[in-house]
Design a protein around this ligand. Structure first.
Ligand code: DGL
Length: 267
């Protein structure tokens, strides 16, 4: 048993989708969350910069004596996960592999679509991993860079988002994909619009699959916090590198509860 906290970082609040699933599945675990909102978006930055931010975020979380690191950002998982794994001793979980496993499990016709930020799609990490695990699958992938700003503007059930989604998603219709990976932490928030445009297509987001992977990993290392810390409910902490009103609204929307962010500088 290990009662130290789990550290989770994302470029913003989208990674709270993962934190929420961890809270549901592992209610005794304490979470230290960091949203690097001052540097958001990662999706349009170079791989080197995202790697550097990821190291800074990891160093910050390590100061909180975490037992496990979760890179709850698709862009950072695409370009920095291997670097982090080779640089640090603690167990590290990203969001790509759980989504890939989820998609392979879900598909029937082996035609899988992937959407994500520019950087994630450019990295090719999803098609590479999908092909390595299921050589017969046909993959089409597409960056959807306008989704993050639209969601940040709360255009969640909005005609503008619907119009752009129709444009972005048409190739998946043409390809006949039966499964689509939502390869960005923000996209689960517009799942309803995507489902409307691609009826019958299975939408795989990594939050739940990642939480399951975390559970298995902690369980296999006998590192689960089996009872609440000090007999009290876990005292999660939420940090952000820039706190704006929008941040709180989006966080409340994702978690379904009000949280108080603490502002930090990680560099
Ligand atoms: N968190 C990022 C991701 O999952 C989306 C937002 C950004 O571009 O930083 O790829």
């Amino acid at each position: 048993m290990d009662k130290r906290p789990i550290g989770i970082f994302d470029s913003g609040v989208g990674g709270l989708t993962v934190a929420k699933e961890v809270m549901n599945l592992l209610p005794n675990e304490t979470i230290i969350y960091l949203g690097d909102t001052a540097n958001l978006p990662y999706g349009d930055k170079s791989a080197e910069i995202v790697q550097r931010y990821s190291v800074d975020n990891t160093e910050f979380l390590l100061k909180h004596d975490i037992k496990l690191l979760v890179v709850a950002c698709n862009t950072a998982s695409s370009v920095a996960l291997e670097h982090l794994k080779s640089s640090y001793q603690l167990p590290i979980v990203g969001v790509i592999e759980p989504a890939v496993k989820g998609a392979i499990f879900a598909t029937r016709n082996k035609k899988i679509g992937v959407i994500g930020t520019n950087r994630t799609i450019k990295s090719n990490v999803y098609p590479d991993m999908l092909k390595a695990m299921e050589p017969e699958c046909q993959i089409s992938s597409r960056p959807c860079p306008l989704f993050v700003p639209l969601i940040e503007e709360f255009f969640i059930d909005h005609e503008a988002t619907r119009l752009i989604a129709v444009e972005y998603l048409k190739e998946f219709k043409e390809q006949g994909s039966d499964t689509l990976i939502l390869g960005c932490t923000h996209y689960p928030l517009i799942k309803d619009i995507i489902a409307e445009i691609l009826p019958g297509v299975k939408l795989v987001d990594s939050a739940l699959s990642t939480a399951r992977d975390i559970y298995s990993l902690l369980d296999s290392h006998q590192m689960l916090a089996l009872t609440p810390r000090d007999g009290k409910p876990p005292a999660h902490r939420f940090f952000a590198t820039d706190i704006t009103p929008k941040l709180n609204d989006l966080a409340n929307r994702i978690l379904g509860m009000k949280i108080d962010f603490e502002e930090v500088s990680v560099k």
